[in-house]
Design a protein around this ligand. Structure first.
Ligand SMILES: Nc1ncnc2c1ncn2[C@@H]1O[C@H](COP(=O)(O)OP(=O)(O)OP(=O)(O)O)[C@@H](O)[C@H]1O
Ligand SMILES: [Mg+2]
Length: 421
């Protein structure tokens, strides 16, 4: 019998509120007009409770420039809540993401924005700065273990997954260096009393990257490690910048249950790509784990409230492919989400300049696409084929939110001018 962690307690609370929510939903079923509720702003629990009547989720993107009809993305009517926005620099990707994020929040569904450039500011959504400065005070610890998975996935496997994560974030980590890093990570877990054979010890305060770095530095000068010194030095050099980042050693962690309750914008604009990747991957992995513990959504959801528990917005999806980008790596969180997360209530809205930065799974599993202006002819051709329009038509797009919207798995194609927020 495992001791209940803070996460488990939070999950139990969420399960209970889910039942209340469903009762409330039945009452509100017939109402579907979107209005702002009095003085209560979106992005709060109070708003969320009241906004349950704003279903189904209908995101007004703009007007069809040919028919003047409104163009809407209705994720509940699609095969999944995944949406891809493609376009060159200046095409209007970020503006569109903000417009979508705001409206999802107005529907009372939490939104997580992974903001790598610092410009995806969604009204009402609280921001958390993740940087080394004093204005930033919460962190994440990729070394935290998943005690819920003790039976299916042992410490060994979780350690390997951690090494994979580090390898995707830190280019140039050689085979020997990976072995040494693995041993240092093992030592760090043992130093805090975590033992493979005893899952209860997995709830101990986990070690941090800073501790792993300290172990490696001790090994550099230790006589018994003399023969491996060059490899250890190489390992320290490779991981030093990322592992020494204060984000990974802070005592206060991002409150995942709050993200699932009200949403948040994570401002990752002040850290390096490697750190961005590690933070984003760790946060998504934890959230996905929590959502899967809540169980799948109903096979036939009563409404979008049951269908969607969280929307994740990622501008610059390239970062999620690791360094250097390996978009088809099955272990990437972005690929795991597009293949498995729909049934746990996750929607995903991604923006990218180039097709090559997204894996085949992402492209194949995304039911809604917005293709904005592409300057590069190669991208024009690829995107044209993806959404089934002529390359010449796509090449005519003017920029600033002018685009083609493909929805309902390709059955509907509209030429849209995305409206400004
Ligand atoms: N729907 C829109 N209506 C009017 N102007 C727009 C619209 N979308 C974008 N713009 C204009 O185009 C500019 C660039 O838009 P945006 O920042 O969204 O581009 P982007 O595709 O994210 O570019 P990058 O890849 O460089 O980040 C905006 O600052 C704004 O002035
Ligand atoms: Mg942008």
């Amino acid at each position: 019998m495992l001791v209940q962690s803070a996460e488990e307690v939070a999950l139990a609370k969420m399960r209970a509120s889910g039942a209340r929510g469903r009762a409330q939903l039945r009452k509100n079923h017939l109402r579907d007009t979107l209005t702002i509720i009095g003085e209560t702003p979106p992005g709060t629990s109070a708003y969320r409770r009241q906004a349950r009547s704003f279903m189904p989720v209908e995101i007004r993107l703009g007007d069809d420039v040919r028919s003047f009809d409104q163009v809407r993305w209705c994720p509940g009517q699609e095969g999944n809540g995944f949406f891809l926005i493609m376009g060159s620099s200046g095409a209007g990707k970020t503006e569109t993401l903000k417009l979508i994020g705001q409206q999802i929040l107005e529907h009372g569904i939490p939104v997580l924005v992974l903001d790598f450039h610092g410009d995806v500011k969604v009204p009402w959504l609280p921001s958390v700065l993740m940087s080394s400065g004093t204005a930033s005070w919460v962190g994440v610890n990729p070394m935290e273990l998943d005690s819920h998975r003790a039976e299916e996935v042992g410490l060994y496997d979780q350690r390997m997954a951690l090494l994979d994560l580090i390898e995707r974030a830190i280019p140039g980590l050689g085979h020997h260096q990976r072995t040494i890093l693995g041993e240092a990570i093992d030592t760090a877990y043992r130093q805090v009393g975590i033992r493979e054979e005893d899952p209860e010890t997995w709830l101990h305060q986990p070690p941090t990257f800073a501790q792993v770095l300290a172990i490696l530095r001790q090994w550099v000068v230790a006589e018994e490690w003399k023969s491996r010194r060059p490899s250890i030095l190489g390992c320290v050099a490779a991981v030093e910048t990322a592992f020494g980042h204060p984000l990974f050693s802070r005592a206060r962690h991002l409150p995942m249950e709050e993200i699932l309750e009200t949403g948040v914008r994570l401002d990752l604009s002040r850290v390096s790509d490697g750190v961005r990747y590690m933070v984003a991957d760790t946060v998504l992995r934890k959230l996905f784990r929590m959502l899967s513990l809540l169980g799948p959504i109903p096979v036939e959801p009563e409404s979008d409230l049951e269908r969607f528990r969280l929307f994740v917005i990622i501008d610059e999806a390239k970062i999620m492919a690791g360094l250097p980008p390996r978009p088809n790596d099955a272990g990437l969180m972005i690929n795991i989400l597009v293949t498995e997360a729909r049934k746990f209530g996750v929607g995903l809205i991604l923006a990218s300049q180039m097709q090559e930065h997204l894996g085949a799974e992402v492209r194949a599993n995304t039911s809604a696409w917005l293709v904005l202006r592409q300057i590069d002819w190669h991208q024009v051709r690829k995107n044209a084929a993806d959404i089934g329009v002529a390359s010449d038509d796509l090449a005519q797009l003017k920029g600033k939110g002018d685009g083609f919207f493909r929805s309902q798995n390709g059955q509907l194609l509209q030429r849209v001018q995305v409206r400004r927020m």
